[in-house]
Design a protein around this ligand. Structure first.
Ligand code: TXA
Ligand code: MG
Length: 342
């Protein structure tokens, strides 16, 4: 594969040029990394099995993990769906365009590979103006997983995409850091209640409120163990061991860190409630105690830890409340050891 082209978008003319170029690449059945408000996506024509196969190849993604299809109009969403449940209408009406994926019955127009052989398809109308402009220019929906090799962290900058997939894809469009920072909330709306398959910044409380009925968690014991097939924990893990700790005072934390016997330059600490003392035997970072700010910064921080050769990442335990569920879910996955299989 020749070198990967990286196109900027920071003036109207550059934005338009990148839209035209991305659409040209996608129309010829190739793939392109595009900015979205959640994370960067690796896009292909969702109606072309050959184009979609390119995504699985470039990412090294198991074909058992279905892809999200991105649309830019309500009509396009309905074309991808075999049925449009009332729940889908309510949630799309409230949260689209935005970081919400709705799992609905799949139209025969969507290739089996997109759905990983299943009977449903995940649909999202992204809020990012660049992603929307490319879908409109193409006139077809775009399948797009996060633009990272299958077992690595999701990218929130074009630099992250280049580091992971450079040389393996023809085009990356750079629109700066993603505003949301973690992947969309995935909600199954094929049953009477919305079921959260993957938490995100749109909380289960917001989903339930908009739906008018309670939201269920994936694998709720009363309703069976159905889960999103792609929920392999280590898809969200950094290379270093990640732990979530709470501590009452700096002294207690410092003692615990010292007990790990790792060089302080290889221990990264992320606090949110207050800034730890400078004497802490670790590289210290602080994100203000706000779920949106935390989500926006989290993957950038984990990428940085990987780049700096961190061996241990310590994150301060998060506050309670459903607004933190998306971030809490990613930390839970990131704290599963890379060799733990699922
Ligand atoms: O924010 C996002 O969702 C980003 C941007 C690019 O849109 N995309 C993303 O895609 O995170 P990916 O492929 O990395 O994660 C998609 C998740 C997987 O866990 C997958 O199993 C689940 O959504 N999913 C997709 N289609 C599904 C379906 N039909 N049924 C159940 N889960 C589905
Ligand atoms: Mg992903």
């Amino acid at each position: 594969m020749p070198t990967t082209e990286v196109l900027p978008t920071h003036t109207p003319a550059l934005f338009q040029r990148a839209v035209v170029r991305a659409a040209e690449v996608l129309r010829t059945g190739r793939i392109a990394a595009l900015p979205s408000e959640t994370v960067y996506g690796l896009a292909a024509n969702a109606l072309s099995p050959e184009a979609v196969a390119e995504i699985y190849r470039a990412k090294g993604r198991p074909s058992t993990n279905p892809l999200i299809v991105h649309v830019a109009t309500a009509t396009m969403a309905r074309v991808c769906a075999a049925a449009w449940p009332a729940l889908a209408e309510r949630l799309a009406g409230r949260f689209w365009p935005g970081p919400l994926t709705l799992v609905v019955p799949k139209s025969p127009k969507i290739p089996e590979l997109v759905a990983a052989g299943g009977s449903t398809v995940g649909l999202r109308w992204p809020a990012h103006p660049f992603f929307q402009a490319v879908i409109r220019e193409c006139g077809f929906p775009l399948a797009a997983p996060s633009a990272n090799p299958s077992d690595q962290l999701s990218p929130t900058t074009a630099e992250h995409v280049l580091a992971g997939l450079g040389g393996r894809i023809p085009l990356i469009v750079d629109a700066g850091p993603c505003a949301v920072g973690i992947e969309s909330t995935v909600v199954d709306v094929t049953g009477p209640n919305p079921r959260i398959l993957r938490p995100g910044v749109i909380s289960s409380e917001q989903i339930a409120e908009a739906a008018g009925v309670p939201a269920l968690a994936a694998g709720n014991p009363s309703t069976g163990p159905l889960r999103s097939p792609g929920q392999l924990h280590r898809h969200y893990s950094p290379k270093a061991r990640l732990v979530v700790w709470s501590w009452r005072e700096d002294r207690e934390l410092a003692d615990r860190l010292a007990g790990e016997s790792i060089d302080p330059s290889q221990v990264h600490l992320l606090a949110h409630s207050r800034i730890p003392s400078e004497a802490m035997p670790a590289q210290v970072s602080f994100i203000p105690d706000d779920p949106e700010a935390f989500a926006r910064a989290l993957y950038g921080y984990l990428h940085l830890c990987d780049d700096r050769g961190a061996r241990l990442i310590v994150i301060e335990e998060l506050p309670a409340g459903s607004a933190w569920d998306g971030v809490r879910d990613r930390l839970l996955r990131a704290s599963v050891p890379a060799d733990a299989g699922l």
